[in-house]
Design a protein around this ligand. Sequence first.
Ligand code: NDP
Length: 308
Amino acid sequence: MILDGKMVAQEERKKLCTLITSYQEMGLRAPKLAIVLVGHNPASETYVSNKMKACHEVGIEVDKLAFEEDITEQELLNVIHQLNTDSSVDGFIVQLPLPEHIRESMVLTEIDYRKDVDGLTPMSMGRSIQGLRAIPSATPAGIRTLLEYYHIQTAGKHVVVIGRSNIVGKPMAIMLMQRPYLSLPSMSASTLGDATVTVCHSKTDHLEAICRTADIIIVAAGCPGLVKANMVQPGATVIDVGINRIEDPSTPRGYRLVGDVDFEHVAPIAGAISPVPGGVGPMTIVSLLKNVVVVYGGKLLGAKVGEE
Ligand code: NDP
């Protein structure tokens, strides 16, 4: 079974569009996202334009705040502080990576977690770990939606997460090991969780053998072809988060995108597998949109994030 993130994301966007239209029919303003972009990293520019397009499609207003590479850390922090207090902005994100002279950790720490629609601030992640109401990290939340859509259960299953980044690996592992009712109280009902999770990284010994014991493998390593057929037990679910550019002179752009899984050889063995492109990528974007709408809707209902 191919886990078709493009199709699921399209369905999720339709639902969001209907919801936002209904708000507007009640005379309410549209939800609003702001995106902060520093410099001209081509991949970041593409990600931002895809996010803006998706916002427009569902009726979320979006502002891009673009700055040159030489913006100072303090100037960027001033922008963050302004966005924290701008009541017309429901949520905002800072597109990563940032130039080397700006400390990413400093910037993320300064974002008000109640507007942190990427779910990446230390407060959002700390609150998620403790089972408090928090905005979930977009990529793990997208993977959760994909698994739910295809009725793939995680309770009691052995999930191997390859990668321990703050963006994907760690929050994914936490989300899957939580008791389902603790994972995201009041934000969205989820049946996922209760998994036995093993987190692997570049220093893990016997990666192949560990993966062979997995019911579900989620790989976010940035290593093309890392997960090979001999690492997957028959019928396992394989979620490929990786996005890697491989040179390919036969394509108009001169490169193509591949994931971290040797798709050609793993697909015949796996019970379910997500492709790249068209798997986790579109789910990440739709999760961001959902997070914006949840924060906006929470304001309307008087149930803001952070007020238990
Ligand atoms: P990071 O580089 O921050 O983390 C990569 C992780 O993978 C690290 O923990 C690293 O281990 C581990 N790793 C690297 N090589 C190996 C290996 N050979 N064996 C086992 N573990 C390994 O990356 P991100 O988490 O930010 O992203 C991972 C991938 O996912 C990238 O390709 C990125 O483009 C993609 N991505 C896709 C998204 C989507 O929406 N589809 C969203 C976010 C990311 P160690 O900690 O020891 O260095």
